[in-house]
Ligand binder design. Structure first.
Ligand SMILES: CC(C)(COP(=O)(O)OP(=O)(O)OC[C@H]1O[C@@H](n2cnc3c(N)ncnc32)[C@H](O)[C@@H]1OP(=O)(O)O)[C@@H](O)C(=O)NCCC(=O)NCCS
Length: 138
């Protein structure tokens, strides 16, 4: 952290492809121009579901947001990159870590804005939990 409490600029994770990249628009912000936390949470849930659904080989649902930290604000026009990685595979559940970086358009810098951990459950057609290994193609 810098003296002003702002995070020092960082680089995007080397050798990793973002799971999702999005540019927030003015409609994603409140009247002060700050991007809604709920918008970021929604994108994080989507990003985390991508490796979880792949590993589960089918339908999943989010059962828990285990942790969520907004380290820095997201601004309108930032290029926001979401990196999602499976952290743990249980019998029916898959826990995913998501790290989020924003590339500031105006300042030409990258900051880490969010860290989160979410858990998904593989479910069948009746929304009942099903074993991940039974259908996994990952
Ligand atoms: C997901 C759902 C089908 C699970 O049903 P359930 O009867 O609670 O299932 P279980 O108690 O067997 O738990 C299923 C798995 O979730 C895990 N789990 C349960 N509570 C958890 C929690 N608070 N945090 C992390 N994992 C949890 C269990 O450990 C289990 O994992 P495992 O099989 O790998 O050991 C049910 O809770 C559900 O439909 N929830 C709503 C999902 C949804 O609509 N999400 C969108 C939010 S609006």
């Amino acid at each position: 952290m810098t003296e002003q409490g702002k995070q020092a600029p960082v680089a995007l994770p080397e050798g990793k492809e973002p799971t999702l990249r999005v540019v927030p628009m003015p409609s994603d912000a409140n009247y002060s121009g700050d991007i809604f936390g709920g918008w970021i949470m929604s994108q994080v849930d989507t990003a985390g579901s991508i490796p979880a659904a792949k590993l589960a080989g089918g339908r999943i649902v989010t059962i828990a947001v285990n942790s969520f930290l907004f380290k820095q604000p997201v601004m309108i026009g930032d290029l926001v990159s979401f990196y999602a990685e499976v952290a743990r595979v249980g019998r029916t559940s898959i826990t995913v870590n998501v790290e989020v970086y924003a590339q500031r358009r105006s300042l030409h810098e990258t900051v880490k804005v969010t860290e989160a951990t979410l858990t998904y459950v593989a479910v069948d057609d009746q929304r009942r939990p099903r074993p991940v290994a039974a259908t996994s193609d990952a």
